[in-house]
Ligand binder design. Sequence first.
Ligand SMILES: [Fe+2]
Length: 278
Amino acid sequence: MRFEVRPIRVEFGAELEGFDVRDLDEQDVRKLVDVLADRGVVVARNQRLAPDEFVALMRRLGPLEYSVRDEFHLPENPDVYVISNIMENGKYIGNPFDGFGWHTDMNFCERPTAYTALYGLEVPEEGADTRFCSAFRAYDLLPEERQAFLRGIQVRHSHDMLHATRRNAPPLTAEQRARAPDVVHPLVRTHPHSGRRCVYLGPKCAVPLGMAEEEGIRLLDELLALATDPGHVYSHRWRVRDLVIWDNRGMLHCATEYDRQKYRRLLHRVTVGGERPF
Ligand SMILES: [Fe+2]
């Protein structure tokens, strides 16, 4: 199979045409990795993906990752994490609330997520878009002196701080906390394939070291505003059987709200672990 790549925005994003996960040879997988490094986020429509097939696809991109939270894994395939507002027997079958607010996945880990993939099984007719923007672009926009200054800054990322912002989430157990201690990452990270630099942000859960807390938060807010400029955002409007994969080592994303009383939403998610940011 040879799939085609159609840019979504000038700066980032690509739609894959003629893409079929059942028919990917090694050359296709290498091309997918290259497109992810180059375009940050890819969309493939009309994919028919059973959980096992979804997991098998993502394994080809690297070692799978297991979420810190245990309650929303697909019982028959724990490598698949479920995002949903659907209730069964008085309980949500997936995580209904996470992801609102710009972020990159698992930034609070020593080796944060490289790739995140979502697959749409049930999607609301309106709302629930997933938004993307480029942290490469934010870095590229800065004057050289500013870039050099930022390259010298380290940032503490904290899962405890992030968890405190979650809605309806029970307190973390001691074991869950021990699994995610605070970590320090550079504020500017380098993409391991392309060598391109981006600002590595952890909104609401990161504090730059070596400066007053207020000043540090102001700095991160300023960089976040630059990255998330509404004129440079791709908002993915979900259709059933969409597969969306992004590279967290350069893209920020956020979920958006929808009418939870009116619509059902069911997405499967599989994530691939990455390297220590450098
Ligand atoms: Fe996320």
